[in-house]
Design a protein around this ligand. Structure first.
Ligand code: SAH
Length: 275
C-alpha cells in the first residue's frame, strides 16, 4: 500500500513511523510512505500556507491552493473513480469534524492500494478541500488536536499492521479488541477466542508469580476449553465495564449471553449504569 501524507510539518514523521511494525512493513515493501511538504507548493517569498478566515473570526486557515497543487502532482486517480470504487485509492482529510476512525475503517483502508492523508493545522483547512478533493474526512476521536499529523500517524500505524505479512502472526491481528471477525474454528485456546467486536481478553506472561501477584490459575493448567471460556468471560467483563456501547454492536452466542448474564448478576456493571 502506498501512503502519501500532505503536511506543513514534514519533519514530524521522522520518528513515529520509523519503529516496529510500520518500519518493518516499509522495509518489506508492503507499505511505501511518502511525506510531502505543502510549502513546496507555494509561490511567494514567505512560502505562505495559511491566511485569515473570510468572514472574520479567530486564527488562521490552511490555504487550498498548495493542497490542490500538491495533490495534482501525485497522479492519484480521479475523484469520480475513487468514490465510485473503480480504483482502490482514497484521499482523506484529517478533521475533528470527520467520521470516526475505527478498527473497521482501518481494515477497509488496508484493502486499498493507496491512501492520501491531508493534515490540517490552525483553525482547519479551507472547506473547498473537503468539498472538492477529499473523498472523506476522518477523525481519530472526539477531541481537538493542533494538527492532523498525529492523526495521520495513528491511521498509518493502525492500517499497516493489518497489511497481510506485516505482523509475524497474522491471526493475532484478527483476535484483538474491536475486531468483528473472530476465528471460530477449533484449535488451541489462542485461535478460539477472537474478540468478535469486544475488547481483548487480559494477557499474562512469565513469571507466573511476581511480587506475590499470581497469574490466574486457569491459564496454567493447559485446559484449552476452560482457558477459552475464562478469556471470553474476562473480555465480556471488561467490555461491560469500560465500553458497554460495544455490546450493542456484537452478536452474542448462547454461551456469551449466559456468561454476560452471570457477570451482570455478580455485580459488574457498565460505566453508564454504575449509579
Ligand atoms: N477548528 C477545528 C479544529 C482545528 S484543529 C474544529 O473545531 O473542528 C487543526 C487540525 O488538526 C484540523 O484541521 C485537523 O486536520 C487536525 N485535527 C484536530 N483534531 C483532530 C481529530 N480529532 N482527528 C483528526 N484530525 C484532527
Amino acid at each position: 500500500m502506498k501512503a502519501d501524507i500532505l503536511t506543513i510539518f514534514p519533519g514530524f514523521f521522522q520518528g513515529p513511523l520509523d519503529h516496529g511494525i510500520t518500519r518493518r512493513a516499509c522495509e518489506m515493501g508492503l507499505a511505501k510512505i511518502e511525506v510531502h511538504d505543502l510549502r513546496q507548493f507555494t509561490h511567494d517569498k514567505h512560502r505562505t500556507v495559511d491566511d485569515r478566515p473570510f468572514g472574520g473570526g479567530e486564527g488562521m486557515v490552511l490555504k487550498p491552493d498548495p493542497i490542490f497543487e500538491c495533490l495534482e502532482t501525485l497522479q492519484v486517480a480521479s475523484r469520480e473513480d475513487r468514490v465510485g470504487g473503480r480504483v482502490k485509492e482514497s484521499v482523506i482529510l484529517l478533521s475533528a469534524q470527520g467520521q470516526r476512525f475505527t478498527q473497521s475503517v482501518a481494515a477497509e483502508l488496508a484493502g486499498l492500494d493507496r491512501v492520501v492523508l491531508i493534515c490540517g493545522r490552525y483553525e482547519g483547512v479551507d472547506e473547498r478541500v473537503a468539498d472538492f478533493i477529499a473523498d472523506r474526512e476522518l477523525s481519530i476521536g472526539d477531541y481537538v488536536l493542533s494538527g492532523g499529523e498525529l492523526a495521520a500517524a495513528v491511521i498509518i500505524e493502525a492500517v499497516t499492521r493489518l497489511l497481510p505479512g506485516a505482523v509475524g502472526n497474522e491471526a493475532s491481528t484478527q483476535q484483538e479488541s474491536f475486531t468483528a471477525h473472530s476465528q471460530k474454528e477449533a484449535g488451541g485456546a489462542d485461535s478460539t477466542c477472537g474478540s468478535g467486536g469486544l475488547l481483548d481478553y487480559p494477557h499474562y506472561t512469565r513469571p507466573a508469580e511476581f511480587r506475590g501477584l499470581a497469574v490466574p490459575e486457569v491459564l496454567l493448567n493447559g485446559d484449552h476449553q476452560e482457558i477459552r471460556r475464562w478469556r471470553r468471560q474476562r473480555a465480556l467483563e471488561k467490555t461491560l465495564r469500560n465500553r458497554p456501547d460495544l455490546l450493542d454492536g456484537v452478536e452474542l452466542n448462547k454461551e456469551d449471553a449466559k456468561l454476560l448474564a452471570r457477570i451482570k448478576a455478580s455485580g459488574v456493571r457498565g460505566a453508564e449504569n454504575s449509579d
